[in-house]
Design a protein around this ligand. Structure first.
Ligand code: FAD
Ligand code: DLZ
Ligand code: SF4
Length: 511
């Protein structure tokens, strides 16, 4: 019996179920760089370079173990450009008795794999992805009977189920959530630690050339490429984060700073999502640091909540609600994406910084994604499909299973509150409190209307006015709607006109 084992680009984990039971004498591992995956959205150049290089190194690692790997490079003659086409060619080369693959991370690819059962004349075994704490089946069980899903409730059930940071059936430290301690602004004068970046090795340099040659018009630059591309480098990044950043991770989780994209954040999401690190080992390491007394509880619990809570919750929502999930547009948002999302060319300094960081690093931390680029898209009423595609393109960690609920649910409320109790909308005051962006901006967060006014201010109020029929009865929105109720119609109409004029003045589309 010989098996063909197809490892996809975000399944670079040695223990991936595809490889369970591998017989090095008889089996072949298939890996393929294909145009379909590189272009179904025009990914950031760094994302393609990171993944191709990581795939090549993973294949080398298997070969070093004596495993036969059939690795198809993008430029190889005859490359059909699709997973299906490459499986078909490989099946002709190796005549396997069976094909093994692990469930993919995207619905689109799951549908493609479904088609293999009728297309190919060999048994196709699709194994569940066991790299998550909560299986899709367990999430469905948890979600059953609920009209809406709340991360906090899910997270508590996961803490109880896994026993992580639990003591005698109760949460460690007596509280489930230490978030209230995690909202400090960045202290003036404090310099964040230099982060571990990796100079591209020969394989990465070769891939960088390939990406420049084949995808010259894709978003972003490769100039600052510093991602690790091997398991060893990913482990070194985890170690670096755990020892130098995790102790302060909680305190400054929400802070933003011009020219400093990383602060104390983990910058581990590309590694975890591609499989170079597992969620389990990342969480175990954080808890070990806490138990050794090197990390305070607000940091350890805050970090655990991101992975055991948010990451698992987001994935559960995606698989439970797809494919319909994508179609919702609860707030009827219909504007096109402004061109500055691609160029960074805007006088709004917060957006300029968040987008420039994104171009240079294929990274921005959570609050930049949620409260700067996401918040603007929400209050400007950008069409969900356009802003979702942007997020899928621009980050090295973006795969639809994790991007979509974060954008469609959390940032833009396009799912009508299925996973958030209120929209994450804010004016300039929030950004001013949590960053130094406003100091370098030609607008002022303190001015509410007129040419000096921070656009987030009038866009915020115009958003509330436009969406009043849908949002004014939401108990968590009561405060701003009470304020609005005190304003006369003329004032409100003036704000809406100012917001519309501003949005109408913005060029839209890919440059
Ligand atoms: P840290 O802030 O240090 O957090 C640690 C880890 O927790 C992350 O590495 C990640 O694995 C996990 N995590 C934290 N928050 C989330 C979350 N909301 N969803 C899933 N995992 C989470 N994350 C992605 O991995 N891919 C995406 O495409 C993506 N798109 C996003 C889009 C929007 C609009 C928003 C608001 C968030 C998005 N996130 C996405 C979640 C989060 O912003 C990133 O995981 C995080 O910024 C990655 O950086 P880090 O490793 O430094 O994370
Ligand atoms: C994101 C990506 C890219 C850019 N290229 C490839 C590729 O050439 N070959 C591959 O196996 N995977 C790639 N990926 C990751 C896939 O898009 C990902 O595995 C699927 O979306 C399933 O999650
Ligand atoms: Fe952003 Fe407004 Fe601050 Fe300028 S003033 S940086 S637009 S929040």
């Amino acid at each position: 019996m010989s098996a063909l084992r197809f490892v996809l680009g975000d399944q670079l984990t040695r223990s991936i179920p595809t490889l369970n039971g591998l017989d090095p004498a008889a089996d072949v591992v298939l890996m393929a760089e294909v145009m379909d995956e590189a272009t179904y959205v025009p990914h950031h150049k760094q994302k393609i370079a990171f993944l191709f290089s990581a795939m090549r190194h993973f294949a080398d690692g298997l070969r070093a173990e004596g495993v036969k790997v059939d690795y198809v490079r993008l430029d190889d003659e005859g490359n059909t450009g699709s997973f299906t086409g490459e499986l078909e060619r490989a099946a002709r080369r190796h005549l396997p008795d069976a094909v093994f693959v692990t469930e993919p991370g995207e619905y689109r690819v799951a549908e493609e794999i479904d088609g293999w059962r009728t297309r190919f004349n060999v048994p196709i075994h699709v194994r569940p992805d066991d790299r998550f704490f909560c299986s899709t089946v367990d999430f469905a069980r948890w979600a059953e009977g609920r009209k809406s899903y709340r991360m906090e409730t899910f997270y508590r059930s996961m803490r109880e189920r896994t026993g992580l940071m639990m003591k005698g059936g109760a949460p460690e430290g007596g509280r489930w959530n230490f978030d209230a301690d995690n909202r400090k602004a960045w202290p003036p004068g404090e310099t964040p630690p230099q982060r571990l970046r990796f100079a591209p090795d020969e394989a990465t340099r070769e891939v960088i050339d390939l990406v420049e040659r084949r995808f010259p018009k894709h978003f972003g630059t490769l100039d600052d490429f510093g991602w690790g591309v091997t398991r060893e480098q990913a482990l070194a990044s985890l170690d670096d984060f755990a020892t130098r950043c995790l102790p302060s991770f909680g305190d400054y989780q929400d802070a933003m700073r011009a020219g400093e994209p990383f602060l104390y954040h983990a910058t581990l999401s590309p590694y975890i999502n591609a499989g170079l690190l597992t969620a389990r080992e990342v969480v175990d390491r954080a808890i070990r640091e806490y138990e050794a007394g090197r990390v305070p509880i607000n940091a350890a619990e805050g970090f655990l909540r991101q992975i055991l809570g948010w990451r698992e919750f987001i994935r559960g929502v995606y698989w439970h609600r797809m494919p319909e999930y994508k179609d919702g547009n609860a707030l009827g948002a219909a504007r096109s994406l402004p061109t500055f999302y691609w160029t960074g060319d805007t006088p709004m300094n917060c957006l300029h910084n968040a987008i420039e960081d994104t171009k240079r690093q294929a990274y921005a931390h959570h609050i930049n994604r949620l409260m700067v680029t996401g918040n603007f898209a929400l209050i400007a009423g950008i069409a969900p499909a356009e802003i979702e595609e942007w997020y899928l393109v621009v980050y090295a960690d973006a795969y639809e299973w994790v991007e979509l609920p974060n954008v469609h649910g959390m940032a833009t409320f396009a799912d009508g509150g299925l996973m958030s109790s209120k929209p994450y909308a804010g004016g300039g005051a929030y950004i001013d409190r949590m960053s130094d962006y406003c100091k370098g901006c030609s607008y002022s967060p303190k001015v509410k209307s007129g040419p000096k006014a921070c656009p987030f201010n009038y866009l915020y109020w115009a958003f509330l006015i436009r969406n009043a029929p849908k949002l004014q009865h939401n108990a968590r929105m009561a405060m701003p709607y009470r304020t609005l109720a005190r304003w006369d119609d003329k004032r409100k109409a003036g704000l809406v006109a100012e917001a519309d004029a501003f949005l109408d003045s913005l060029p839209t589309g890919y440059p």
